[in-house]
Design a protein around this ligand. Structure first.
Ligand SMILES: Cc1cc2nc3c(=O)[nH]c(=O)nc-3n(C[C@H](O)[C@H](O)[C@H](O)COP(=O)(O)OP(=O)(O)OC[C@H]3O[C@@H](n4cnc5c(N)ncnc54)[C@H](O)[C@@H]3O)c2cc1C
Length: 401
């Protein structure tokens, strides 16, 4: 089948690779440059253990305090506040106990095979050297914070994730580069894989795919005969038997003219990089700060935090300032920041992606929020099945809203 894949982030690329491997004729369409697409600047973890949706009763309880403090790890992009009201009202509903539990159970199904899937993908594209499997760590500032988190961590264990609780000494022994006495304890997710360079992995997948690449922005989608016509910002329209829409946070705008409404917003995330330093041997998340330190090739990356909303707006410089304060509260002696980045997590109120056929020949694959890297191979598998005529999983169904 002739398939146009819209978007060349980790989701679009992995889908293109999978479909091409199954013998489909794939055209991959995306602008040559999109500095804010999420897949280049993330924390790099294949977070099989991340079983909690963003919306939970605990987050709901703290939401007013978090959202209205522009420096909190989960803040609101104020200029976007009004346009966010419909998304936020859905998010509040999804944070109630029953919905949060259902979303957690659905996430558990999606995450179960993430590590095996990623190993297979890395092998297929010759990217195994970019995978590390020394695990990932949460670090807690106080014993009380750790005690509050413990029931949730143990619940993850009962849902299939490997978790080991660590006292301060065990954490220090595991990561001797952490400042002595800075954390009261932690949790190790043993065996967790992370990427030492997401950009290099994207390049490997693109090279192994060999799909035709069109450097353009899709400006409109329209049914055409038995297939689809794609209008582009440069050059003539393209035609394809099927379209896979994997344009991350930008996807909903292309669906509105077709009468398809999906509650998608951007959770803006930030990173800072410090060249030439490597105090850690695995990703470490200081939980109260909402970001990860991830050791990457030749540099340390601090990536995370959430600022809701604002697809077209420039980055908020104060978010980098707060992130840097968090970084230096752990490693006071790091050199000056080497580079700063902001990217858009494509986010749905129930923390589950939208995957499946929305119209004949139009498959949606976006909305992966905090887990797009982790879920990319699984998504490619589900897209392949959707193109083969399989009905979507209820929890991911584009028609669930
Ligand atoms: C700070 C941060 C840390 C993160 N850490 C992790 C992590 O540790 N583990 C994890 O699993 N996930 C993590 N994530 C989430 C993950 O990065 C995202 O879920 C994932 O990258 C989304 O991929 P995507 O391909 O859907 O979107 P994107 O990477 O945003 O790609 C979208 C693509 O669509 C293209 N596009 C947009 N509009 C159009 C158009 N009109 N026509 C054609 N193409 C278009 C863009 O150019 C781009 O190629 C993190 C995200 C952030 C921001």
């Amino acid at each position: 089948m002739q398939v146009a894949v819209v978007g060349a982030g980790i989701i679009g690329l992995t889908i293109a690779h999978r479909l091409a491997g199954e013998g489909h004729a794939v055209t991959l369409i995306a602008p040559a440059e999109e500095p804010h697409h999420a897949s280049t600047g993330n924390a790099g973890t294949i977070a099989r253990y991340a079983l909690d949706p963003v919306g939970t009763p605990e987050v709901l309880r703290d939401l007013p305090r978090l959202l209205f403090n522009r420096d909190s790890p989960l803040a609101l992009h104020r200029p976007s506040a009004l346009s966010l009201v419909p998304w936020l009202s859905r998010f509040l509903r999804q944070s109630l106990p029953g919905r949060a539990q259902a979303n957690r159970a659905a996430l558990a199904v999606e995450l179960a095979g993430a590590e095996a899937d990623w190993r297979a993908l890395a092998r297929a594209v010759g990217g195994e050297a970019l995978l590390n499997d020394r695990g990932a760590v949460y670090a807690f500032d106080t014993v009380q914070a750790m005690q509050r988190a413990a029931p949730g961590l143990l619940r993850r264990r009962s849902m299939g994730a490997a978790v080991e609780l660590l006292d301060a000494g065990a954490l220090q022994a595991l990561e001797p580069g952490l400042p002595q006495g800075r954390f009261a304890g932690g949790a190790l997710f043993p065996g967790t894989i992370w990427l030492s360079d997401p950009v290099q992995m994207l390049a490997r997948i693109a090279a192994a795919t060999g799909a035709e690449r069109v450097n353009a922005r899709v400006t409109g989608l329209a049914p055409q005969g038995a297939g689809w016509r794609l209008h582009l910002d440069v050059g003539a329209p393209l035609e394809a038997e099927a379209v896979v829409l994997a344009a991350g946070a930008w996807s909903a705008g292309l669906l509105r003219p077709l009468g398809i409404r999906v509650p998608l917003t951007a959770e803006r995330g930030y990173h800072l990089e410090f060249d030439g330093v490597s105090p850690l041997t695995r990703p470490v998340c200081p939980v109260s700060r909402g970001f990860y330190f991830t050791p990457m090739q030749g540099r340390l990356r601090a990536a995370g935090t959430v600022e809701l909303g604002g697809i077209g707006a420039p980055p908020s410089p104060h978010r980098w300032t707060r992130l840097e304060e968090g970084v230096r509260s752990v490693f006071a002696d790091l050199p000056p920041v080497s580079r700063r980045w902001m990217g858009l997590r494509p986010s749905i109120p129930d923390s589950l992606p939208v995957i499946g056929m929305a119209r004949k020949g139009l498959v949606l694959a976006f909305g992966h929020g905090h887990l797009g890297l982790t879920l990319a191979p699984r998504t490619a598998d589900l897209v392949l099945r959707a193109l083969g005529g399989e009905a979507p999983l209820a929890a991911l169904d584009p028609a669930r809203f």
